[in-house]
Design a protein around this ligand. Structure first.
Ligand code: AMP
Ligand code: MG
Length: 355
């Protein structure tokens, strides 16, 4: 077992000596978790195959699911890719730094393990002063998947990182909770028209405005398990975001959702199960389950996204057996939230209708 150092840093003006310490670890091939604007990432030198392999092991991540490579500047992208098309340039200008990951054809510089043997690489510049300081001080691209054990809800606080990875990684930079709370949008630019492989922090609507033509890959909005050969983004086929509790997702129009959630909560209760309800401000007082938590107002999907993973973890610390989750609108960040909830439920989706 390793000793995991906890380094508290100022999120706006991170202390230089702490960033230096973390950057030294990265350069040595060690593993450092750090905050981004989306979730906490677990970083390793993306060009050091041993370090990247250790990263997969620490997370228990299947080797066929490549991490995102984070860079500090647009100029760092050039040596990692074959070419940057005008479309990519436009997107990088408009959305970087920010929660948009772009898929490029990769150059020989990128080790096979970093891209899981694919001929493409996923890259972004995060919008967080700690992440940017670490990237600039390390002088290398940093491979950083979410800093959790594979399959668990992603970490939005350093506490979540330690719950999963204490003793398995070298350090955590703790700068408080992350602001967006769901991972980046993954956009494949190697196909025409570009395809969203994973909805995330950059809304579909914002990409549509810039690209005009952009598709949602069927997997991004899947209501059931998708056959492996159709899974272009390898990670999407693995179990994801799931708390220990069973999750049931109720979708439909809000008044029908309320009725259905209540009914399901009562029926699981009668079976002797400890029941959690993942509700919203508008509905929380309507339920009488063992643990009721609100994601925030249905009208503010940014707040809902920010709270999602933290609340999924809280149900586990409360020891609930089953979580009944309300479906949310598929707009803005709601698309990312619904994608995570559907996966967390293992596609146990109940459609509620009003008649
Ligand atoms: P995470 O690093 O945990 O945020 O997950 C990264 C996501 O990006 C996963 O869903 C990966 O499957 C996806 N990804 C990474 N590299 C590629 C790539 N070259 N092509 C398609 N998807 C990728
Ligand atoms: Mg992840």
């Amino acid at each position: 077992m390793k000793t995991t150092q906890l380094l508290k840093v100022d999120s706006q003006n991170p202390e230089r000596e702490k960033i230096r310490l973390a950057a030294d670890l990265i350069r040595r091939g060690d593993l450092v978790a750090f905050p981004t604007e989306t979730v906490y990432g677990l970083g390793a030198d993306a060009l050091n195959p041993k370090a990247v392999l250790a990263l997969f092991e620490a997370k228990k991540r299947p080797l066929d699911n490549p991490p995102i490579v984070h860079v500090g500047n647009v100029s760092d992208v050039y040596r990692l890719v074959v070419e940057i098309l005008p479309k990519a340039e436009t997107l990088m200008k408009k959305f970087w730094p920010g929660p948009l990951t772009l898929i490029f054809e990769r150059s020989e510089t990128v080790p096979d393990v970093t891209v899981a043997g694919l001929d493409t690489v996923a890259i972004r510049i995060p919008k967080h002063n700690v992440a940017l300081a670490l990237l600039r001080e390390s002088h290398c691209p940093i491979a950083a998947p979410s800093a959790n054990i594979a399959g668990k809800p992603s970490p939005t606080m350093a506490k979540h990182v330690l719950e999963d990875l204490n003793g398995r990684i070298d350090a955590v930079l703790d700068a408080g909770p992350t602001s967006i709370g769901v991972e980046s949008t993954v956009l494949d630019l190697t196909v025409k028209p570009p395809q969203i492989l994973r909805p995330g922090g950059t809304p579909y609507e914002a990409l549509k405005e810039v690209l005009r033509e952009v598709r949602l890959h069927p997997i991004a909005v899947a209501e059931k398990e998708v056959p492996v050969e159709r899974a272009r983004s390898p990670g999407v086929k693995h179990k994801h975001y799931a708390p220990n509790a069973e999750v049931v997702l109720v979708e439909g129009e809000i008044s029908a959702i309320k009725k259905k959630v209540k009914e399901l909560a009562e029926s699981y209760s009668r079976e002797g199960k400890k029941v959690g309800v993942l509700a919203t401000d508008e509905t929380a007082s309507y339920y009488a389950a063992d643990v009721v938590r609100s994601l925030g107002s249905r009208g503010d999907l940014m707040i809902v996204a920010r709270n999602l993973f933290k609340l999924l973890r809280e149900f586990d610390s409360e020891g609930v057996d089953v979580v009944i989750a309300e479906g949310l609108p598929f707009e803005g960040l709601g698309l990312a939230v619904m994608n995570r909830l559907r996966k967390a439920s293992g596609y146990k989706i109940v459609k509620a209708n009003s008649h």
